[in-house]
Design a protein around this ligand. Structure first.
Ligand code: ZN
Length: 670
């Protein structure tokens, strides 16, 4: 039985800001947005039919469930894996909850039931649960706050519990979660033990637990943990100091993104959540500074974040190498989650643009089309797979592909696919929970109307005021075509405002209502604002200019200076070696910016993609062979060989073997 106050707002998605005092826009109830057939339903069906089942098998195989069984005393054995393996179970459970809440699925629910029973069995009578600690010879909790991940795992448990309650009205995990949260609250606090987790996560989970249960002590605990940061007492990691653990600066004084990217962005999500509830200006000002620093100096064109393998960390400003970047899938997901919260506060479309950039590029690139293989790291260039790292682990046991940059390599060491799973498997279940809750992020509302942020075919319903139910049908072939049609299915008698995001990339935006072009478009903060007394049957046609373009980078990013990237709509493109006229020459390729780019639909390729045809050349730098450096007075006689170039969406690279790939293409020099 649920022991707390009346549950706040059942039926919502991952974020329920319906009672948050400092939100510009409110999230909708989870089931008020349902997806139709289209680009996203295809991906989400793979998630449902394949990924969630295979993840269950992987959690068994990797020891995650056994660790809990050992903690529960059901079996004997030794803990396996990293200290945070429980969190993968929780993230998977969260994904299952959203998915089954969207559409019933007995098989998935049965698997979830087994897992929940196991978690319940492993929980100590005092509420504590962490299988790593509980299976130690001396099971003493909270001994290593810097690296123990106990609160991090707790945060993921809370989020899974919230998902089960909201999506299914199922309180089993919520009882476990609240018991644990209360136990944590009995240990930590202003008048109790000080300190916080080396890996932020619990902050946003506690705020959400507060939103669900109406228990202010969970919000207080979130604030306490946030306030604990910046004391410079955490040891750091390798060459990184306390910024690795986000302990280098108090959150209200943050001026730049630093340290471990996922930690930074999860913390930002928690801080932004806290602002949504408290309205403390210093918190939001800090988040604005952080966002500006990222947008101006640390963001990859794919929406990826984190330049360095070492510390999985942000680099210096403009340090954005294409080949040795990190761009962890979880960092892009964390960015997506954080920008959602920034959008809810500000009503500024550029935050939704950032979500879209991360979504269609870095995040979507993580899962293979088969739904059973995942990138952890998402480089923008692959020279040679011999020393490729696709994960925190070196993968030497995968099957092989030919060399990509010319020459031969040892077939035994080259992977031909994304890894099946990871020792540190944070990314795959993170993708799964995002995909299964994807509908949550499409639209919001306020008393004046409805805002559409992401475009995919869906039905959207909402009660603006009691008695005024709005229902919209959205039809689009996005992201392949820029036409978006909205039909008003139900409306009331009062006027209301429909706001449609105009993506930053749209070169030309045309809007018509019932076939009549609207000439004086009103765009506010990145949204087309249409206020009128709508009638059932009204049709709004939005056409976004989606011609392919070449994008240049800030010259300070020396890694991509004089290079161009191809973008069409929200999709960033790449050249994959196998599609080019000559294989193994991606290091010699150049693109002709004066030649137009042509999109071409390939329905049988990679689940159906729009490829881009371009023109360029391979430059024979034969005189350089055998030399890395020559005096500038040396006479170069490079010979260009014109070639046709075929670019595919970055997110599908590596689905036909892991081969040479580049997003940034040198500009034609001769
Ligand atoms: Zn990850």
């Amino acid at each position: 039985m649920f022991p707390h106050n009346m549950v706040g707002s059942p039926g919502f998605g991952p974020v329920d800001n319906s009672k948050s005092s400092h939100a510009c826009w409110k999230t909708m109830e989870f089931k008020s947005i349902s997806l139709h057939e289209g680009f996203w339903s295809k991906r989400i069906n793979v998630n449902r039919e394949v990924s969630l089942h295979y993840a269950f098998e992987m959690l068994e195989k990797s020891g995650n469930f056994d660790n809990l069984r050992i903690a529960a005393g059901l079996i004997k054995g030794n803990y396996r894996g990293y200290v945070f393996l429980d969190s993968d179970v929780y993230k998977w459970l969260e994904a299952v909850a959203w998915e089954v809440g969207r559409e019933p699925n007995k098989e998935l629910l049965a698997k979830a039931d087994q897992s929940i029973a196991l978690i319940a069995a492993a929980q100590r009578p005092d509420g504590y649960i962490n299988s790593y600690v509980q299976t130690r010879e001396f099971p003493e909790p909270w001994m290593d706050l810097d690296n123990g991940h106990e609160l991090y795992c707790a945060g993921h448990l809370f989020q899974a519990a919230i998902a089960f309650q909201r999506a299914l009205g199922d309180d089993r995990l919520l009882n476990i979660a609240c018991c644990f949260a209360d136990h944590i609250g009995s240990i930590f606090g202003p008048d109790k033990r000080h300190g916080t987790c080396g890996h932020p996560e619990v902050e946003m989970a506690l705020v959400e637990l507060y939103r669900l249960t109406n228990e202010p002590r969970y919000l207080d605990l979130a604030k306490f943990f946030i306030d604990q940061r910046g004391q410079n007492t955490m040891k750091g990691h390798r060459s990184y100091g306390s910024e690795y653990h986000q302990d280098h600066v108090p959150v209200r004084q943050v001026a730049e993104a630093a340290g471990h990217a996922v930690r930074q962005l999860y913390l930002a999500s928690g801080v932004t959540d806290l602002y949504l509830e408290t309205g403390e200006t210093a918190l939001f000002d800090a988040m604005r500074r952080l966002s500006r620093d990222i947008i101006e100096t640390k963001l990859y064109i794919t929406g990826g974040l984190g330049s360095r393998f070492d510390g999985e960390a942000f680099g210096d400003p403009y340090e954005l190498p294409s080949d040795q970047c990190y761009c962890e899938t979880c960092a892009a997901i964390a960015s997506f989650m954080w920008n959602w919260r920034m959008l809810l506060i500000s009503g500024e479309g550029h935050y939704a643009d950032l979500m879209e950039r991360a979504l269609y590029n870095n995040i979507l690139a993580s899962p293979a089309l088969d739904g059973q293989h995942y990138f952890y790291i998402n480089p923008l260039m692959l020279r040679d797979a011999k020393y490729l790292r696709l994960s925190t682990e070196l993968l030497s046991n995968q099957r092989s592909t030919p060399s990509l940059a010319g020459g031969s390599v040892d077939d035994d060491v080259i992977p031909n696919q994304r890894p099946e799973w990871h020792d540190c498997a944070c990314c795959p279940p993170n993708v799964m929970r995002l995909f299964s809750s994807f509908a949550h992020y499409l639209a919001t509302w306020d008393v004046g109307g409805i805002q559409i942020h992401q475009f995919t075919s869906a039905e959207i319903g909402c009660d603006l005021i009691p008695g005024q139910h709005i229902k919209l049908n959205l039809v689009t072939d996005y992201p392949w075509h820029g036409q978006v049609r909205l039909q008003v299915l139900e409306t009331g008698n009062s006027p209301w405002t429909l706001s449609l995001r105009v993506p930053e990339w749209s070169q030309q935006t045309v809007l018509s209502i019932n076939g009549n072009i609207v000439s004086d478009l009103s765009i506010e903060k990145g949204y087309l604002v249409l206020e009128r007394t709508w009638q059932a049957g009204d049709i709004v046609d939005l056409e976004l200019g989606m011609a392919p373009v070449l994008v240049a980078s800030n010259p300070r990013i020396d890694a991509t200076r004089n290079c161009l990237a191809i973008q069409r709509g929200p999709i960033i493109y790449c050249l994959e070696d196998r599609d080019q006229e000559i294989n193994g020459r991606l290091l010699d390729v150049e693109i002709d910016k004066n030649h137009p780019l042509f999109p071409r639909w390939e329905g049988d390729l990679l689940d159906g993609v729009m490829v881009i045809d371009a023109e360029g050349q391979f430059v024979d730098n034969g005189e350089w062979r055998g030399h890395l450096y020559q005096p500038v007075t040396f006479s170069f006689q490079a010979i260009p060989r014109p070639t046709h170039l075929v670019a595919i969406p970055y997110y599908v690279w590596g689905n036909r073997g892991i081969r040479g790939m580049r997003v940034w293409i040198p500009e034609k020099s001769l």
